[in-house]
Ligand binder design. Structure first.
Ligand SMILES: [Zn+2]
Ligand SMILES: [Zn+2]
Length: 155
């Protein structure tokens, strides 16, 4: 159950920004908060949380967008304006990557969904674990262990 079929290739819609993922994700999430609804122009955001050392931009130059907040910047393609990833997660340990940028995202299934109190009525993410707000701090460890065991892999 450890075969993630790495490495993965990823690109934005226009193809100017290309990315490469070489390490297994530590979590797969959907967030229903109203901020993510704005940012995605959709019902919820999708995230693959990756070790920062296992993620690289290999072509193009992403620019900051969204809230332009320095503490966890949102990176976008300068041309097609896709939201690609968020850096500086947990002090720079992780990158929150948008899995729909994967060359093959057909397998992606969120494991945890957050902020369901702000969820749109028809939104269904398919996540196994749901939280009203964010998962409590003491549950991140056990959730990551469960994801490492049971998280959905590429087919
Ligand atoms: Zn959110
Ligand atoms: Zn682009």
């Amino acid at each position: 159950m450890s075969d993630w079929k790495l490495p993965w290739s990823a690109a934005c819609m226009c193809g100017q920004v290309k990315m490469r993922i070489t390490q297994a994700p530590v979590m797969a999430m959907a967030c229903h908060c109203t901020g993510c609804q704005k940012l995605t122009s959709s019902a919820y955001s999708l995230t693959l949380m990756l070790p920062a050392a296992g993620f690289a931009v290999i072509a193009g130059e992403p620019v900051l967008g969204g809230l332009h907040r320095p503490e966890s910047p949102h990176h976008f393609c300068p041309h097609c304006k896709n939201w690609l990833f968020t850096t500086n997660i947990a002090g720079g340990q992780f990158v929150n990557f948008r899995p729909t940028m994967l060359e093959d995202a057909s397998w992606f299934t969120p494991f945890v969904e957050s902020n369901i109190q702000e969820k749109l009525p028809g939104a269904v993410s398919g996540a196994k674990h749901s939280f009203e707000g964010l998962p409590p701090a003491d549950q991140y460890g056990p959730l990551m262990e469960a994801y490492a065991r049971e998280g959905v892999r590429p087919a």
